[in-house]
Design a protein around this ligand. Structure first.
Ligand SMILES: [Zn+2]
Length: 159
């Protein structure tokens, strides 16, 4: 994987690309809301990935959300989805930017968990770039010490 990333970095050196280095410090605090909080608490306390169902549209949103984005119904039916799913798309971040949760290269993916209708954005690990492919099956790997954060899922790994 490191060799492939180095190859990509070498190709960028010849490209007509400008990179500006700078820092923006924006302290902020916000609430996850009642629905977001329950979603995060289930991750922390039970290692469960929860969604909310819109019965009118027959959709399960993961992460859980309070309103259906199609019909605007309030969503109060909670469902547990699988910790396993299918990779829908991905990208690889090779440049450190100071806000990434781990050092690059980082594989970000959209994972459609079994039982969900929407993809969850998260990181992948334990996979070589050569084997990375849309459609591959993945499983959530949880942290031992969880803090009610989306990063309580450490990453998704191939099945
Ligand atoms: Zn709906």
């Amino acid at each position: 994987m490191a060799e492939l990333m180095q190859d990509r970095v070498e190709k960028l050196k010849d490209a007509d690309v400008f990179i500006y280095h700078g820092k923006i410090y924006i302290p902020n605090t916000y609430t996850a809301g009642a629905v977001g909080s329950r979603f995060l608490i289930e991750l922390r306390d039970n290692k469960k990935i929860m969604g909310t169902r819109c019965t009118a549209c027959d959709l399960v949103y993961v992460p859980a959300r309070s309103v259906c984005k199609h019909c605007f119904e309030q969503l109060d039916k909670w469902v547990e989805v699988s910790d396993r799913g299918t990779l829908q798309t991905y990208t690889v971040a090779g440049q450190a930017n100071g806000v990434q949760p781990v050092d690059p290269p980082i594989i970000y993916g959209v994972i459609l968990l079994d039982g969900a209708s929407t993809g969850l954005v998260h990181m992948l690990s334990e996979v070589d770039l050569e084997n990375l492919a849309v459609g591959m099956r993945l499983k959530a790997v949880f942290r031992e010490k969880r803090t009610a954060s989306i990063l309580d899922i450490k990453y998704f790994a191939p099945l």
